[in-house]
Design a protein. Structure first.
Length: 241
């Protein structure tokens, strides 16, 4: 039986969404970047959503390593997404790891500008009849001498800024930071490190990317967000463990 790309939540809660909803664009930095398709070290958690897509739906990944909201816009990557959008598309936006590097002028994005960039992105997506979705940054596996997960405290400020902006302008937000931090705390350092590239505490390997993709799917399905309609029902999940 064909699994048509019709928003699932439209069937669940009576919402009327564009019938053309079919493409999910990814805008973000290195945790979304496909790194040339070589998964021998790094993997994109966003691209790991592909096996769950309904027939006729697609993911187009514009994730670029080292970018912030500011540099992603300045270099023209954001414009490429906006130009390609048609009504019914979705854009998943995840930034923060590089925005918070205030000592690096090429990417530094103070919180007021970060919020303004997010507002701009959401407005430009909506102007094309598409739907923006925010995702907070993934947890960074830094630990104290006592083995307690400390993450990257300053990054919390940018994650909170994204939450505040989402609430302010009515954009759906998936709190990947909270979910991955909770999972890492529960799993412990040794297990959590197996989710990330060897010698790395920021960028997921294939195992982590697939796990984080499942966190995303479980959250959007549970809350019946419009973006959930791009993906097969939970009982039809086929992504390998």
């Amino acid at each position: 039986m064909k699994r048509l790309c019709v928003p699932l939540c439209a069937l669940c809660v009576g919402m009327v969404l564009p019938a053309a909803a079919r493409t999910l664009y990814l805008a973000g930095a290195s945790t979304l970047d496909e790194h040339g398709g070589d998964e021998s070290k790094f993997a994109s958690w966003g691209s790991s959503l592909r096996p769950f897509l309904r027939e006729g739906c697609a993911i187009v990944n514009y994730g670029r390593s080292g970018r912030s909201t500011t540099s992603f816009i300045r270099e023209g990557w954001w414009g490429k997404i906006v130009d390609a959008l048609v009504p019914g598309d979705f854009v998943l936006i995840q930034f923060g790891h590089n925005d918070q590097k205030l000592d690096k002028p090429d990417v530094a994005t103070p919180i007021p500008q970060y919020k303004e960039n997010l507002r701009r992105m959401a407005a430009e997506v909506r102007a094309k009849g598409a739907t923006p979705v925010f995702a907070t940054p993934l947890v960074r596996l830094t630990y104290s001498k006592d083995g307690l997960l400390t993450d990257a405290p300053r990054l919390d400020d940018w994650a909170e800024a994204m939450r505040e902006t989402a609430a302010e302008i009515g954009v759906d937000l998936v709190d990947m930071r909270a979910m991955t931090r909770k999972a890492a705390n529960e799993a412990g350092e040794a297990e959590a490190l197996t989710w990330y590239a060897p010698g790395d505490r920021t960028h997921p390997a294939v195992k982590g990317a697939r796990l984080f993709a499942r966190f995303f799917l479980e959250d959007v399905r549970r809350r019946e967000l419009p973006i959930a309609g791009l993906f097969v029902p939970e009982t039809n999940d086929t992504n390998p463990k």
